[in-house]
Write a protein that binds this ligand. Structure first.
Ligand code: ADP
Length: 596
C-alpha cells in the first residue's frame, strides 16, 4: 500500500512555503529595486556633472589646449569624486583625472564612446582594467554646432554602491530570517491546531475498528471536528449497545444449545460445520472447536452419516433416520435434518439434530425379544400338555401305565408353566415397585437372611449331598428389603446347587468392604464359558438351554437377582471358569436409604 503521510506533514510544508516564497520574492524584489534606484541616481548624477563641464571642455577643445583639458579633468574629477575623461573622435584620450592620457590606449572601442559619437548619451557599467574596479561610465558628445569634436566621459566606481547595497541586503536578510522563523513557528502551531483533532479522531477510529467501542473521542477543535468527534462517539455508543445485544443473544443461544440434551449441528453448503453444540461434539468424542470450520466428510468418518448429509442436501424435505455408530461403544443416533435458511429465505445449509437413542432402541429390542421369548417359553410346555391330553383322549387313557406316565409329563410341564409365570410375576412386581420407589427398606442383620435362604435350598442341596459353608459376621447389618434380598440369595444358591455335581461344596461369604457389603456365592460346578457372561443377567438367557430346562430352570432367576440388587442401588459381578466353578458377588451399599 502506498505510504500516506499524516495530515500534519500535509499541512505544515505547504503553509511554510506559502509564507516563505512570497517573503523571499519580496526580499529579492526589494534588493533589485534598490539597486536599480541607486544606479539610476548615479547615472543622473554623472550626467549632471558631465553637462556642467561640457561647455568648458568644448572651449578648450576648440582652442586645442590639451594641457588645461587634462588639468580640468583632474580638478573636476577630484572635486566630484569621480573620473573625468576627454576623448578625441579618433579615440585618443586627451585628459583623464585618474591616469596619464599619454599612457592610455585608444578608447574608440568603448561602448559609451561609440554611443556618444552617434549623438546620444551612452551609459554602461563594466570593469575598468585601468582602475581595477567595477565602474559606471556616462559619455556625452562635445559639439561644435552639429560636428562632434570629442566625447566627455564621467565615471564613478559602483563598488561603493555595491557595498551600500550589501549592507542593506544584510539587514533585510536578517529581517527576512526573523520573519521566516516566526512564520515557521506560526505555521507549526497552525498546522498542529488543524491536524491534532483529526489525529485524535483517527486514533479513536482505530480503537473503534479494533472493537474497543467503549473508548470516547475528546471533543475539541473546530466546530466541524467537534461535530465529527461527537457523531463518531454517538455511533460507537450505539454500535456498542447493538454489539452487547447481539453478544447477549448469542450467549443465550449458545447457553440454550449447550444445555440441550440433543446434539445440534449446522452445516453450510460446502458441507463445512459452521456451528455445533457440546452434546453433538461429545457424540463424536470431540470438542466443538475441533469440528467447527471443518468438513463433515473429513471429520465424521461414518459412511451412514455422510450419506445422510448428502441426501439431506439433495432434497429440501426434512429427513429422519437411525444412524449406527461405533465410536467407543455401539451407539444409535436418531438424526433429523432440516434446511437452514437466511433472513431472505435462501438455503444456506442444513441443520442436523441428533438424539442418542441407544438405550431406547436396546430397550425396544429387549421388549421385542422378551415378548418372543415369553411366547416361546410358554408355547413349549403348552404344546406338550396339549399333545399328551390329546394322546390320552385318543385312547392312552385306557392304558393305565402309559396314562400315569403321560399325566406325569403333563404335570411337569404345568409346573414349568407355573414356575415361568411365577418368575414373570416376581419380575414385574419388582419392576413396578422399583419404578414407584415402593420398596420398603429396613435395617436388618444379614446373617438370618442368609441362613433362611440356605434353609429354603436345604432339600435340593441334600438331594445332591452338597455341603453349604456360610461365613458372615453376626453384627453385619444394613438397610434392605429382607424378602427381596432373600429371594435373590435363594436364586443364586439354587443355581449354585443346580449346576454343581453330587457331593460338591458351596461357600457363601459376606464381608464389609469400605462403603459396601460383598456377599459372595462360590461353587465348584460346571462353570460358564466367558462368551455367555455379558448376557447372563438378561431374561431367558441361558448358557446351556437344554440343561437349564432339564433342571427346571426358567431362565429368569438371574434377571430377578439383578433387578433386586438394582433396587438396592447395588451391583452384581460374575467370574467363572468352565469345569471349575463360578463365583457370583452381590455388592450392596451400606448407606442406602430409599424408603424406610
Ligand atoms: P435358569 O433358570 O436357567 O438357571 P438363570 O437366570 O438363573 O436361569 O441362569 C441363567 C443361566 O446362567 C443358566 O441357564 C445357566 O446356564 C447359567 N448359570 C447360572 N448360575 C450358574 C452357576 N452357578 N453355574 C453355572 N451356570 C450358571
Amino acid at each position: 500500500m502506498k505510504k500516506r503521510f499524516p495530515l500534519f506533514w500535509k499541512l505544515y510544508p505547504p503553509f511554510l512555503l506559502i509564507v516563505l516564497i512570497p517573503l523571499l520574492a519580496l526580499s529579492w524584489y526589494a534588493d533589485f529595486s534598490m539597486r536599480r534606484f541607486f544606479i539610476d541616481q548615479t547615472a543622473i548624477n554623472l550626467e549632471a556633472r558631465a553637462n556642467l563641464l561640457k561647455d568648458q571642455m568644448t572651449e578648450l577643445l576648440l582652442a586645442e589646449d590639451w594641457k588645461n583639458i587634462d588639468i580640468l579633468c583632474n580638478r573636476a574629477g577630484k572635486s566630484a569624486d569621480m573620473r573625468i575623461t576627454v576623448i578625441q573622435p579618433s579615440g585618443k584620450v586627451l585628459g583623464d583625472s585618474e591616469a596619464d592620457p599619454k599612457t592610455m590606449e585608444n578608447h574608440s572601442d568603448r561602448p559609451e564612446f561609440v554611443k556618444a559619437m552617434s549623438g546620444e548619451t551612452g551609459v554602461f557599467t563594466r570593469y575598468s582594467h585601468t582602475l581595477q574596479a567595477s565602474m559606471m561610465y556616462l559619455a556625452v558628445p562635445l559639439l561644435e554646432g552639429e560636428t562632434r569634436i570629442g566625447v566627455l566621459r564621467a565615471a564613478v566606481s559602483i563598488s561603493a554602491i555595491d557595498r551600500q547595497l550589501e549592507k542593506i541586503h544584510r539587514r533585510t536578510s536578517i529581517g527576512v530570517l526573523v520573519v521566516a522563523l516566526l512564520a515557521t513557528g506560526v505555521s507549526l502551531l497552525f498546522s498542529r491546531r488543524v491536524s491534532q483533532p483529526m489525529e485524535k479522531i483517527r486514533e479513536g477510529a482505530e480503537y473503534f475498528a479494533k472493537g474497543q467501542l467503549s473508548y470516547r473521542l475528546p471533543v475539541f477543535g473546530s466546530s466541524e471536528t467537534e461535530l465529527l468527534a461527537r457523531t463518531m462517539n454517538d455511533m460507537a455508543a450505539s454500535l456498542h449497545d447493538r454489539m452487547q445485544t447481539i453478544i447477549g443473544q448469542k450467549n443465550e443461544l449458545e447457553a440454550v444449545l449447550s444445555s440441550m440434551i440433543e446434539g445440534v449441528m449446522a452445516v453450510d453448503l460446502e458441507e463445512k460445520i459452521i456451528s455445533i453444540n457440546h452434546t453433538a461434539a461429545r457424540m463424536f468424542l470431540r470438542t466443538p472447536s475441533e469440528l467447527i470450520n471443518r468438513s463433515v466428510q473429513e471429520t465424521i468418518r461414518n459412511p451412514d452419516f455422510q450419506r445422510f448429509v448428502r441426501l439431506a442436501f439433495r432434497d429440501e424435505t426434512p429427513r429422519e433416520e437411525d444412524l449406527f455408530f461405533y465410536i467407543d461403544r455401539e451407539a444409535v443416533y436418531d438424526a433429523r435434518s432440516s434446511s437452514l435458511k437466511n433472513a431472505r429465505g435462501e438455503r444456506i445449509g442444513i441443520l442436523i439434530v441428533l438424539n442418542d437413542v441407544t438405550r431406547l432402541r436396546r430397550l425396544e429390542n429387549m421388549r421385542k425379544d422378551f415378548a418372543a421369548n415369553v411366547s416361546h417359553e410358554i408355547k413349549t410346555p403348552l404344546t406338550a400338555i396339549k399333545g399328551f391330553v390329546e394322546t390320552l383322549r385318543s385312547g392312552a387313557v385306557n392304558h393305565p401305565e402309559e396314562a400315569v406316565r403321560f399325566l406325569g409329563i403333563i404335570e411337569k410341564n404345568t409346573n414349568r408353566l407355573n414356575a415361568i409365570i411365577d418368575d414373570l410375576m416376581k419380575l414385574s412386581l419388582i419392576e413396578q415397585k422399583t419404578d414407584k420407589k415402593d420398596i420398603l427398606l429396613e435395617n436388618r442383620p444379614l446373617l438370618p437372611i442368609l441362613k433362611s435362604a440356605c434353609q429354603v435350598c436345604q432339600t435340593i442341596g441334600d438331594e445332591k449331598a452338597i455341603q453349604i459353608l456360610l461365613s458372615c459376621e453376626e453384627t453385619l447389618s444394613m438397610n434392605l428389603n429382607a424378602a427381596l434380598i432373600e429371594q435373590a440369595f435363594v436364586n443364586l444358591l439354587e443355581n449354585a446347587i443346580k449346576y454343581s455335581g453330587l457331593g460338591s461344596s458351596i461357600e457363601i461369604e459376606a464381608k464389609q468392604m469400605d462403603a459396601e457389603v460383598a456377599i459372595m456365592f462360590r461353587d465348584h460346578g460346571i462353570g460358564i464359558a466367558s462368551e455367555h457372561l455379558p448376557r447372563l443377567f438378561e431374561r431367558f438367557y441361558r448358557a446351556d438351554p437344554s440343561r437349564s430346562r432339564k433342571m427346571g430352570g426358567t431362565g429368569l432367576g438371574l434377571a430377578i437377582v439383578k433387578h433386586i440388587v438394582n433396587a438396592h442401588a447395588g451391583r452384581i459381578s460374575v467370574e467363572s471358569t468352565p469345569g471349575k466353578g463360578s463365583e457370583f458377588v452381590v455388592y450392596l451399599p451400606c448407606k442406602f436409604f430409599m424408603k424406610s
